[in-house]
Each structure stands twice: as C-alpha cells, then as structure tokens.
Design a protein around this ligand. Sequence first.
Ligand SMILES: [Zn+2]
Length: 263
Amino acid sequence: MGTNASSLQKCAKSEELFLRTWEKQKEDLDKVVAVFKIKHNLRQHRKTQKKIGNVQLLFHGTKVYCEKYAEVINNISTNSKALYGDFDANKDCCKNTACPMCGIIQQGYDLEKFGTGTGTWGRFGKGLYFTENSSKGNDYNFLTELYCRKNYRCILLNTVAMGKIYYADQNMAHLLHPPAGFNSVVGLPKAKADISKGVHHPGLNYHEAVVYNNKYVIPKYIIIYKLKDEPLPMFKDLPLISQSSSGFHPQDGFPLDRPPTLQ
Ligand SMILES: [Zn+2]
C-alpha cells in the first residue's frame, strides 16, 4: 500500500461523504479508521460507465473474511486520525477465496452471486444493490467476528453508472433487468421524492439503488470504520479459518443476504 497526494485528498473526501450520509442512528458510529483508494484495471467497466452515464458514488456493505483487514485493524492506534492509502487490487487482496470484499475488489461485482446466500430477497429483483447512505450500507456488512474485533466494519464506496433511472413506487422482486427504456431502478423515501417528481417507495426510509449489469459498477474505496460497542478479543488471539473449512461461503452477504426489514 503506497500513497500519493491526490489519493490522500480523495480518501479524505470519501471519509467526508461517509460521515455526511450516516443518517440512521448517528450515535452508533464512533469513527472512520481507514480509507483505501482501490487501484485496478476494470477497463471494460470504465468504458461501460462512460457509455451509460449518470455515474454516482454509492455505498455497498459487504462482509469481510480477510487477514488484510485484520492487519489494518490491529495496527491502528485508538486515538489516531483515519489512515489513508492506496490498495492495489492485484497485490493487496487477501488470498481467502471466501472473502466477499476481496472478491469484489479483484473481479468487480458479480450478479451471479445473487440469490445463493441464505434467505436472499431483493426488493427490486436480481440486481446489485447500493445506497447513498453509509448508515444503510452498514445494515449489510455485519462480520463473522473471526478476523477482527466485533465493532469494526467495512464498506465499499463505488462508482455506479445509473444512466436513466426508473423510480419505483412498489417492490419489483421479479426483476432480472431494469424496466424497458431504463438502466437502473431507485427506491426513494418520501423525504427525497422531490428528485423524482413525487414518486417514492412507501416502504423505504432510505435511498436504494439497483443495477443489473456487473460492468456498471467499479469499487473505488474501502472504508473501515468503528461502531461504538465493546471490542472482542484481538484477531491474533482467535483461530484462523482455512479456505477448505465449512461454515461460510463466498456468496454469504453478497449482495443482499437477508430478508429486508423496513429500511
Ligand atoms: Zn479479503
């Protein structure tokens, strides 16, 4: 992990965005501990994003089964400011094929992982789910607590080509593609209906965005943050899980791993 001045600035902006969009239960958040700018070669993705347009920065919470992540957590002193750096997708990802975060960082998002986790349900069908609220992403990235302390979590900040948005006023769980003539689906809470000519989803309290094409999305930043909670013992005191052991699967928590509650 190296760093340059422009990366530092971008990491700082990402931290700002994360803090600003944490709306739900503000008191739950302690602080951001690290932001890494991801470097990779998803060239086709970049081309697709350019073509589709309306590229937005959106969050996606995912689980981490990752020694890299644990390394970072264990090296952070409790009072220091957030650590900023670069993260090379080819070199810095962990070797654990069951780590959802590193899978996304290396290969990009994969729609085929949808529906394979237990209890999967998608409000707007088989898609890749994002949100403009960091606090909503936080509902989907609870950890196994094996590789880190319990109150540390991780979220990805992504560029998502939204193109022409279909604003949904109800669930559309059958969708495999966006509605004809559109590139994406967004569910808005009533408070945000001004940007959609009044259309909103009565079951949502927070923004939810869905695309149906892997190439619309590029994971750009890893944000590691701390919730206010009692810490578990340190990583090094806990047993390691090998790739072959059962108990968790690559698709766990990706992209939406439990039946939705009112969000
Ligand atoms: Zn990993």
